[in-house]
Ligand binder design. Structure first.
Ligand SMILES: CC(C)(COP(=O)(O)OP(=O)(O)OC[C@H]1O[C@@H](n2cnc3c(N)ncnc32)[C@H](O)[C@@H]1OP(=O)(O)O)[C@@H](O)C(=O)NCCC(=O)NCCS
Length: 170
């Protein structure tokens, strides 16, 4: 059985980064990492409401010496004709940020969405961070809750783009 604890004691990225598929044993550590990164306010967010109604497609984790240091999840959604993965939350342990782990997690998500034959990846996030991966504004994706339209982004993998209400797929 994997022994996990939520916070790393080290501040350097592991020499070899292994991105693993999330499984049930990771859930407690993922919750703790996400809570530490975002705080309890995340539960009020439109994104969290959508995640509660969607099926989780995949989750990915990075561990270092038994400590979870990075996590990201993908959820199944549609918007118009587009079948997408809704990305989030993504979190990297505070002590180890800016060492490239967030980028590796996003890259793994893009690979996964491609493998699943999806039209793209949707998220609500900071454009200055996500633009570097190819995410673009998605003004036609309509969420059923308050959202800052400037933060709605889409990474296209096909010619089909979000256009209409973003619906969970369960
Ligand atoms: C966002 C997050 C996952 C990035 O993880 P990371 O491992 O630090 O990412 P990377 O190492 O790949 O990239 C770091 C770079 O992105 C920049 N960056 C990080 N978060 C950013 C943000 N919200 N907006 C703009 N730039 C950001 C850093 O300044 C750094 O820039 P540099 O390369 O010029 O030094 C991490 O900062 C985190 O967990 N934040 C708290 C949770 C959160 O806000 N998640 C969602 C973001 S919308």
């Amino acid at each position: 059985m994997k022994t996990v604890h939520a916070f790393p004691s080290d501040t350097t990225a592991p020499a070899v980064v292994a991105i693993e598929r999330e499984s049930a044993v990771d859930a407690v550590a993922v919750d703790a990492l996400v809570m530490a990164a975002f705080g309890p306010g995340r539960f009020a967010k439109t994104a969290e409401r959508l995640r509660e109604q969607s099926a989780m497609l995949s989750g990915f984790t990075i561990y270092d010496d038994g400590a979870l240091i990075g996590s990201v999840r993908l959820w199944s959604v549609t918007s118009g004709q587009a079948r997408g993965a809704f990305l989030g939350p993504i979190a990297v342990a505070k002590t180890i940020r800016s060492t490239g782990l967030g980028g590796k997690l996003v890259a793994r998500c893009i690979e996964e969405a491609r493998d699943l034959g999806l039209d793209g990846i949707l998220l609500i996030g900071d454009p200055p961070y996500f633009e570097r991966f190819g995410f673009k504004p998605a003004p036609k994706a309509v969420f059923s809750g308050p959202v800052n339209a400037a933060r709605v982004m889409w990474l296209p993998l096909t010619d089909v783009s979000p256009d209409g209400p973003v619906r969970p797929v369960d």
